[in-house]
Design a protein around this ligand. Structure first.
Ligand SMILES: [Zn+2]
Length: 253
């Protein structure tokens, strides 16, 4: 990968990998922007934003899965869809979460408040890969805060067994789904593009098309359907919403 990354970007990314690994202390020296779902999504998707997008994985101690391949596929997908050059995205290898569970909403929110998402140097997506959430209700993924998402490894394992699909498959689907929300889909910061939103929106925040990775409520393992859909891309409608947002007249302008 180094061979295709311009040297200044490589240096910048390496410096920021260090800052992520150190818990964001470099971020304290830089001006942070207010992070909202919309500002985060715009920063990731707008090709005129020159900052690197760091896709960082934070793994709870004892959790073995390191789905950096899924994060790489996500970066490929966004680049292929024309949002930014592929070398703007860098996958940050797994770091261990210092905080212990149980992962209640309050603990997750506290973690997110300490995380640097947007500053002058970079845009950061933080993916927390935890053993399980504390609610005992089968919560699968959570969009915790702008730029911060969390996935339950236990839910990945249980969901894969329920569906008869591989754990790697389900891990990628859950990641795409929750990152879709982090990028403001569906109608959660990036508005629906079209005159008839009801034609696109299914249950609140989700798409009506059953083929879309944003259709089912992947937030609950008990709602996962048995299906052969590949879920390896965002729907055309979601891509159109994002393109409209970063267009010169869009909400990101
Ligand atoms: Zn959802």
């Amino acid at each position: 990968m180094d061979a295709v990354v311009p040297r200044p970007l490589t240096a910048s990314v390496l410096a920021l990998l260090a800052s992520v690994a150190l818990g964001g202390c470099v971020g304290e020296l830089l001006t942070e922007e207010e992070a909202t779902v919309r500002t985060f999504a715009c920063a990731v998707l707008d090709e005129t934003d020159a900052r690197p997008v760091l896709l960082g994985l934070h793994r709870e101690r004892g959790v073995q899965r390191v789905p950096v391949g899924a994060l790489g596929a996500l970066a490929d997908h966004l680049a292929d869809a024309g949002f930014a050059a592929r070398d703007r995205y860098a996958v940050v290898e797994s770091t261990l979460l210092e905080e212990p569970g149980p992962w209640t909403p309050e603990v997750l929110q506290a973690w997110a408040q300490e995380a640097v998402v947007l500053d002058a140097e970079a845009v950061r997506l933080h993916v927390l890969w935890v053993d399980d959430f504390a609610d005992g209700e089968g919560t699968t993924v959570l969009h915790v805060a702008p730029g911060v998402v969390a996935v339950s490894e236990t839910a990945v394992q249980e969901g894969a067994e329920r569906l008869g699909r591989s754990e790697d498959f389900l891990a990628r689907v859950l990641l795409y789904h929750v990152v879709g929300h982090a990028l403001g889909a569906v109608n959660q910061g990036i508005p629906l593009n079209g005159t008839d939103p009801t034609s696109q929106e299914g249950m609140p925040g989700h798409e009506s098309s059953p083929e879309s990775v944003m259709h089912h409520g992947w937030e609950r393992v008990t709602t996962l359907p048995r299906t052969d859909a590949p879920y390896d891309a965002y729907s055309g409608d979601v891509l159109d919403d994002w393109r409209a947002a970063v267009a010169p007249t869009g909400v990101c302008a």
